[in-house]
Design a protein around this ligand. Structure first.
Ligand code: GDP
Length: 479
């Protein structure tokens, strides 16, 4: 086996020039495309303190291509939609999830005891729907920030007696940023103080206009508490997902995403996986994030043992050597040996890979990214001390006119910059602007971890000027 200098440099996450220098010091003259023999490879690796394992031929990039396996049209079958429920606290997200589960769980037979594995499926008119069991946009966007696109459809729950609240708006913006279609469930219709018209009115201001009023958003009045309107809501979910033509190929080997995972005293690493394409089977060699193993046992959302799981099915599995993280992706391999070497090499390179993936936009690298044609849209999140200022700033920012790039405000709000803002920025490659507000402690830490750029200002025109100059490549470097 041989590798070129460039290939080896890539595997070691070093610059080829650095390797060439090293080889020179070791008495080997090499060019970038030169093939290195085993001895030379071993010499270099030893120098970097890396052990050579001949089996490691597949690295992270290969894993990603494995993800994009070619699939022919004929193999494709309809798959169930995967739904996330979001909305303001206390508006009834948990009650709705419970209500759907209790009335409609996929089980003809009695005695199916539902088990919380992080997701569940229901059956409506012979068609399945998968619900993610962690309500809220925080989990949703955290997964997205990790590169996982899991949700096909978002239900935004709004309490009819309370109306649109700050987290309702957040949820809408998180769903929009992910380009996920939205259905609105107006909840607590059983209450005397329910005012669905007000909810609809308020939501039009956020671009969700009911069909009756000329828009294209579906609104369903429900009472999660009394179980009313749930059937209509489920039917609407099926309707919207039919438009999306969700397809997958049950014939291929499985790929998907970790919904949740933990270490269990008796069973070891336990992970709930959402199969997104293909079919997962007991015994499959698998790489999950940087854990690996063989699927030892699979349990479905009813706590029953199953042998296989098709597209959009959540299953809890055991058999991994380590605990993966929510949002990690998984891939099934042909044989355990490959799975093992990929798993090990992924664990080894995970930190470097994470670092290099985090090429987030900052005002300092904005112009560079723009001129390389990598960016057509500058995503901004605008936070300010009062709502009036937020609106004024957003309006001025949208007026910035620099050829080749649009300013897109993906979220605004009054109040401090929060961790949720940072997660959204990380998932959407956005810059956060704070006017007369600061990030709270958690937001600060998250921004450092994720490499999100926060710009704080006290004078409106300075904000506009800074962004405009950055877009024109005229920003003075900040020290
Ligand atoms: P979450 O924070 O969005 O998950 O909200 P919960 O599901 O925990 O509900 C918050 C409160 O609202 C609880 O006390 C529920 O019993 C109540 N609630 C939820 N749905 C309804 C409903 O349809 N009608 C009424 N009257 N109360 C509801």
């Amino acid at each position: 086996e041989s590798l070129s200098v460039a290939e080896l440099a890539k595997k070691l996450h070093r610059e080829p020039s650095e390797l060439i220098k090293k080889l020179f010091m070791l008495g080997v003259m090499a060019t970038i495309n030169q093939e290195l023999d085993k001895d030379a490879i071993e010499l270099i690796c030893a120098d970097y303190g890396v052990e050579v394992e001949e089996e490691i031929r597949i690295d992270i990039t290969d894993l990603e291509t494995h993800f994009e396996q070619e699939v022919s049209e004929e193999e494709l079958r309809e798959r169930p939609p995967v739904v996330t429920i979001m909305g303001h606290v206390d508006h009834g997200k948990t009650s709705l999830l419970d209500s759907i589960r209790n009335t409609k769980v996929t089980d003809g037979e009695a005695g199916g005891i539902t088990q919380h594995i992080g997701a569940y499926q229901v059956e409506v008119d012979g068609k399945k729907i998968t619900f993610l069991d962690t309500p809220g946009h925080a989990a949703f966007t955290t997964m997205r920030a990790r590169g996982a696109k899991v949700t096909d459809l978002a239900i935004i729950v709004v309490a009819a007696d309370d109306g649109v609240m700050p987290q309702t708006v957040e949820a809408i913006n998180h769903a929009k940023a992910a380009e996920v279609p939205i259905i609105v469930a107006i909840n607590k219709m059983d209450k005397l103080s329910a005012n669905p018209d007000r909810v609809m009115q308020e939501l039009t201001e956020h671009g969700l206009v009911p069909e009756d009023w000329g828009g294209d958003t579906i609104f369903v009045p429900i009472s999660a508490l009394k179980g009313e309107g749930i059937d209509q809501l489920l039917e609407m979910i099926l309707l919207v997902s039919e438009v999306g033509e969700l397809k997958a190929s049950p014939a291929r080997s499985a790929i998907g995403t970790v919904i949740e995972a933990q270490l269990d005293k008796g069973r070891g690493s336990v992970a709930t996986l959402l199969v997104q394409d293909g079919t997962l089977r007991v015994g499959d060699p698998i790489v999950v994030g940087h854990a690996y193993g063989r699927v030892r046992a699979m349990v479905n959302d009813l706590g029953r043992r199953v042998k296989d799981a098709g597209p959009s099915t959540p299953v809890e599995i055991t058999g991994l050597n380590d605990v993966p993280q929510a949002g990690d992706r998984f891939v099934v391999f042909e044989d355990e040996k490959t799975a093992r070497s990929v798993g090990e090499s992924r664990a080894m390179t995970a930190i470097q890979a994470q670092r290099s993936e985090k090429q987030r936009v900052t005002l300092d690298n904005l112009f560079e990214q723009m001129s390389q044609g990598e960016m057509k849209e500058l995503n901004l999140i605008v936070k300010a001390d009062v709502q009036g200022t937020v609106e004024a700033m957003a309006a001025s920012l949208m007026k910035i006119d620099v050829e080749g790039v649009n300013v897109k405000i993906i979220h605004t709000g009054a109040g401090a910059i929060t961790e949720s803002d940072i997660t959204l920025a990380a998932a959407s490659n956005a810059i956060v602007i704070g006017f007369n507000v600061r990030p709270d402690v958690n937001a600060k830490r998250a921004a450092e971890e994720e490499g999100v750029d926060i710009r704080l200002h006290r004078i409106i025109y300075k904000v506009i000027e800074e962004i405009e100059q950055a877009m024109k490549g005229m920003l003075d470097p900040e020290f």
